[in-house]
Design a protein around this ligand. Structure first.
Ligand SMILES: Nc1ncnc2c1ncn2[C@@H]1O[C@H](COP(=O)(O)OP(=O)(O)OP(=O)(O)O)[C@@H](O)[C@H]1O
Ligand SMILES: [Mg+2]
Length: 231
């Protein structure tokens, strides 16, 4: 079976005056259609770097990335941006909502970037926000929302275009435990409903345990973590 997203021999070296820093060293990874994978690892291990490469935001030093069996080629090309826009949803530790846009406008942003916003899109965005208990907050600006609410808007935005894969980089890192759990519920529920693949980077074992598979990034490569034993 073809993977949704796959990388082989991925390397990333940051060249620095004091010596090169090897962050990824011949790293392999494969995500199945609708699979949900958690990536853990120490701070500085290269988790965000890996997501940047997998989404084409940054170019690998070596290695290849393929989407549904087709190599995505060199990064930063127009093809990559189009591919990213049409297939990837992002959630970050800090929500990155546009401060002058309402919750609804923020959720509609991926559609606006891809073309024209229609009433069908508006209904979809409202439904998504309603689904998250934010039905009466759609006209609020980010500054008029709580941290947990802002992060839920960011999740709605990530799923707006029904992406093939959502990449979340410490989506609960800035939330307390209860809010973090709520957000994780929403993230996993939406990925299931929309049949999206999910790559979630997290320091939280609680969150990671919800994934189909847990991987640990260490010394530049991903290794499977035994998640049958609850810790
Ligand atoms: N543009 C860059 N230039 C040089 N070094 C970089 C650059 N980006 C990241 N690094 C270094 O690469 C390493 C991996 O960084 P990365 O942000 O991927 O770690 P991380 O696993 O996401 O950590 P955290 O859990 O703290 O978010 C770090 O040592 C970082 O300092
Ligand atoms: Mg990081």
């Amino acid at each position: 079976m073809t993977s949704l997203l796959e990388c082989r021999g991925l390397c990333k070296v940051f060249e620095r005056a004091g010596g090169d820093l090897v962050v990824l060293d011949d790293c392999d990874f494969s995500l199945g259609e609708t699979e949900r994978v958690a990536i853990m690892g120490a701070s500085g291990a290269g988790k965000s770097t890996l997501l940047n490469l997998l989404s084409g935001l940054d170019a690998p030093s070596a290695g290849d990335i393929a989407f549904r069996g087709q190599s995505l080629g060199g990064a930063k090309s127009d093809d990559w941006s189009r591919w990213r826009r049409d297939n990837v949803g992002f959630v970050f530790q800090f929500h990155f909502l546009l401060p002058d846009f309402t919750a609804l406008e923020n959720v509609l942003l991926p559609v606006r970037l891809a073309g024209r916003v229609t009433s069908v899109h508006e209904k979809r965005a409202k439904d998504l926000l309603g689904h998250m208990g934010l039905g009466d907050r759609i006209k609020h600006l980010p500054g008029e929302l709580s941290g947990g609410e802002e992060q839920r808007v960011a999740v709605a935005r990530a799923f707006m275009n029904q992406p093939a894969v959502v990449m979340a980089d410490e989506p609960t890192g800035n939330l307390d435990r209860a809010l973090g759990r709520e957000l994780a519920d929403i993230l996993f529920a939406l990925s299931r409903e929309m049949s999206s693949g999910l790559i979630v980077v997290t320091h939280s074992r609680d969150l990671a345990d919800r994934a189909d598979r847990i991987l640990r990034l260490e010394s530049g490569v991903l290794r499977a973590v035994d998640n049958s034993v609850s810790t």
